[in-house]
Design a binder for this molecule. Structure first.
Ligand SMILES: Nc1nc2c(c(=O)[nH]1)N[C@H]1C(S)=C(S)[C@@H](COP(=O)(O)O)O[C@H]1N2
Ligand SMILES: [Mo]
Length: 423
């Protein structure tokens, strides 16, 4: 058994309070969370096991060192020695951002910003812009190709549009391409893109697309993409390019994201889904199931989390591929945490924060879009046998999520499902 883990305390505290209110024997289940053995990090960051997941979402915000890392490159840029980082612009002292027209699909710029002309943007200039324009907001980082989100963070930066306007675009600007340091090897480039409209305006009350330089109140670490990365609030991780070095303003009307090359859906925003953190795989007959978990509140919002338990040999009706007739039981979405975790002193968030009331420091809406929500609940006791356990979310519009997609590579598209044995 390992020592109690401070990162798990908030999830345990909230779910314990929930179970106490119900007077259920769920305490044992939530206590068990704190005694999971946490394996060495590494590969596990991409495919976390139960214990790592519990740790990643044990407090509302994920500390940097527990965050999942998806970085390409030979070598991976954040593992370069410090001297090399300094040489290639991967430190705050040496960082430069060029803003240039696309040579193949030009845009007229009055003020292209390049190292050659001596007017590329540097970190002190970015900080000067931050004094006027800095924003912060909470967002979950999720890789389109991985089931488990990489973590939940507070991202701080300046709206990308401020820098686009500085280049004084005059004509033909349709998209913004951007990429980061890639070992000066064309083949290693990791590029993403956005329509200019999304850069210049914030649709549907979304936070702006930012040039991000702080994560959970600290300078953005090299692993998270520091000194500066793009963060696109509503998108999967691949739009949030790390070690940003170039903005390319283009008249090309299509996305040319590196991620499109592997058959991914590169334009659909983050989906809503729910999953368990603590759920038995084996249980005694007559014992209620004490369950806890997290949800990703995607672009469709989140109104409910539900679980269902059906006999494993049950022949599901052929005309119900989306499981509408499964015996769904509502779970309870837990309230905002008192201690937000992450690296914030006292677990308090700095204000102002987009989506929060500055006076009270509380979120204006709960659960928050594009963020995590934690849940807990109890499923009635079962007779001995083998069962199929499922978990799903219901979005703000009443749709069960994730809704099916005819392309597997479009984010989490299958509800969580596992076998439960009752003895
Ligand atoms: N320059 C660069 N940016 C990148 C990547 C990369 O390999 N290189 N990976 C992307 C992908 S696919 C994801 S899911 C996110 C992961 O962000 P994180 O490592 O901070 O969790 O970063 C994105 N930004
Ligand atoms: Mo990703």
């Amino acid at each position: 058994m390992r020592e109690s883990n401070p990162f798990l305390e908030e999830h345990v505290r909230l779910s314990r309070r929930y179970f106490m209110k119900l007077g259920v024997a769920g305490l044992a289940a939530t206590n068990a969370l704190t005694h999971w053995a946490i394996p060495a990090r590494g590969e596990g960051k991409l495919f976390p096991n139960e214990a790592e997941k519990a740790e990643r979402f044990g407090s509302y915000l994920t500390p940097d060192k527990l965050f999942g890392d998806v970085s390409r490159g030979e070598p991976v840029p954040h593992e370069l020695p410090d001297e090399k980082k300094q040489e290639v612009g991967m430190t705050r002292d040496s960082w430069k951002l060029e803003v240039i027209p696309d040579p193949d699909h030009p845009v007229r710029l009055r003020n292209p910003m390049t190292k050659e002309n001596g007017n590329a943007i540097d970190f002190p200039q970015l900080m000067a812009l931050a004094e006027k324009h800095a924003v912060r907001f909470p967002k979950m980082m999720t890789c389109l190709n991985l089931g488990c989100p990489l973590g939940m963070g507070i991202w701080e930066g300046i709206p990308l549009r401020e820098v686009v306007w500085m280049a004084e675009p005059r004509e033909d600007l349709r998209r913004v391409f951007y990429y980061g340091y890639h070992n000066d090897d064309e083949k290693q480039i990791f590029r993403s893109s956005l329509p200019v409209g999304r850069v210049l305006e914030d649709y549907f009350g979304l936070p702006p697309v930012i040039l991000c330089y702080k994560f959970n109140g600290e300078w953005l670490s090299s692993e998270r993409g520091g000194p500066v990365r793009v963060v696109v609030p509503e998108h999967y991780g691949f739009k949030s390019v790390k070690w940003l070095s170039h903005l390319v303003l283009t008249n090309y009307p299509h996305s040319n994201d590196t991620y499109a090359e592997q058959g991914n859906d590169v334009d659909s925003p983050m989906k809503t889904f729910a999953a368990t953190l603590s759920a038995p795989r084996q249980i005694k007959a007559g014992t209620e199931l004490a369950l806890t978990g997290f949800a990703q509140c995607g672009i469709g919002g989140l109104s409910k989390v539900q679980v269902s338990v059906e006999p494993a040999d049950y022949q599901r009706p052929k005309d119900d591929p989306y499981l509408t007739t499964a015996p769904w039981v509502d779970m309870e979405i837990l309230p905002p945490p008192e201690n937000w975790g992450g690296e914030f002193a006292d677990g308090k968030l700095p204000m102002p924060m987009l989506g929060f009331d500055s006076e009270t420091g509380k979120p204006l809406k709960w659960p928050m879009r594009l963020c995590a929500a934690h849940w807990a609940g109890v499923h009635p006791a079962l007779a001995p046998g083998k069962y199929t356990f499922r978990c799903r979310a219901i979005d703000e519009y009443g749709n069960a999520q994730p809704l099916p997609r005819p392309l597997r590579k479009s984010g989490s598209i299958t509800p969580e499902q596992f076998t439960l044995e009752v003895t």
